[in-house]
Design a binder for this molecule. Structure first.
Ligand code: NAP
Length: 326
């Protein structure tokens, strides 16, 4: 009898990370189940229609829907990625953000715990936590024990889910938090500043856009390559011990550095006349700097980032130039 394929269930499969995660799991022979609202999403198209990929249309907020799908699918690994994933969007709808990013994760934890306790099926759950749980950071760089004191509805919702993962871990569930710092790729939507910059730079270089309006150019972020961060989630799922793991490069850059790298890619060295600061995009309670220390992930999970900042920006700009050329 051939060994059955391991089964993974992903919420948020249509997002940047969900689509990379599904690709990675399918390549390793997993049966992958994804929960979706809209199966026409661009990122889902990149997955094709392999036999081992099953998409389930589920309203994450509908009572009992999650428990039912978890009971049916019986995942060995459960990845909780669905979220209102932008800080700006969370200010527009803090209540919905709490429901999707917080309550839904607790429902998943409860469903996984019940599957394990009542049906004897062990589940390993990984939650996409965020550097935003640290808010106005108490120390730099941040480590797993840095004080949790979020400064946005997004950060608060992630903190609730993050702490709940610890609660269910205490009840015997193999549940981990990957505390993700900003990670980017050509699959980032333009609602995020990095992609807004690379898409804008591509259009400016093609004469299709005059300039870019941005927020605080001095904000410092620790930016990594999305597929590396998805790899950290998989390593957390297969680790002997569940835990909380900072996933970061340990190097921060300003938005200005990002602009230097992006404009540099299209041969523009002085971008000062092409970029203006619009106060509407400046969010005063945003942390000035986020910088993660991923020593624990490196030593306990054997994780390391593989793509540096300049390469990451270059890949995004080149992708946006290609899109224009099509
Ligand atoms: P993303 O591209 O915005 O994807 C978010 C996913 O959540 C999408 O599949 C989206 O589905 C789904 N979703 C949102 N609201 C939903 C709702 N009400 N019901 C059902 N599904 C919903 O995010 P990402 O960049 O891949 O991030 C993955 C996870 O990592 C998120 O939890 C995010 O908060 C966390 N994280 C990301 C970063 C980062 O830098 N990327 C950093 C820290 C933490 P639709 O396609 O239908 O909208």
């Amino acid at each position: 009898m051939p060994t059955p394929a391991p089964v993974a269930l992903i919420t948020g499969i249509s997002g940047q990370d969900g689509s990379y995660l599904a690709e990675s799991l399918l390549a390793d022979g997993y049966e992958v189940h994804g929960l979706v609202r809209n199966t026409t999403e661009e990122n889902l198209r990149s997955l094709g229609t392999p036999e081992r990929l099953m998409l389930h249309s589920v309203d994450l907020l509908a009572p009992d829907a999650l428990e039912q799908v978890v009971r049916e699918v019986k995942p060995d690994e459960l990845y909780s990625l669905a979220a209102i994933s932008s800080v700006a969007a969370s200010w527009n709808d803090p209540v919905q953000t709490g429901a999707v990013n917080g309550q839904v994760v607790v429902r998943l934890l409860d469903a996984a715990h019940r599957l394990q306790e009542e049906h004897g099926h062990p589940v390993r759950l990984v939650h996409a936590s965020s550097a935003e749980i640290f808010g106005q950071v108490a120390e730099t760089p941040q480590v797993e024990t840095t004080a949790i004191r979020p400064s946005s509805p997004y950060g608060a919702s992630k903190a609730y889910a993050h702490l709940s993962v610890g609660v269910f871990r205490g009840r015997g569930l193999h549940a981990s938090n990957t505390i993700l710092y900003n990670h980017e790729s050509p699959r980032r939507p333009e609602a995020f500043v990095t992609r807004k910059i690379t898409a804008g730079v591509a259009r400016i270089s093609a004469g299709l856009q005059e300039g870019l309006e941005l927020g605080n150019l001095d904000a410092r972020r620790d930016w990594g390559w999305a597929p590396d961060y998805v790899n950290a989630m998989r390593l957390a799922a297969s680790a002997p011990e569940a835990g909380d793991f900072i996933v970061a490069t340990g190097i921060s850059h300003t938005i200005g550095d990002f602009l230097d790298a992006a404009f540099g890619r299209v041969g523009i060295d002085d971008w000062s006349s092409l970029v203006s600061v619009n106060p509407a995009f400046v969010r005063p309670v945003d942390p000035a700097e986020q910088l993660g220390d991923a020593t624990k992930a490196r030593t306990e999970l054997g994780w390391q980032p593989t793509v540096d900042f300049e390469t990451l920006v270059a890949r995004m700009v080149e992708h946006d130039l290609e899109l224009l050329a099509r």
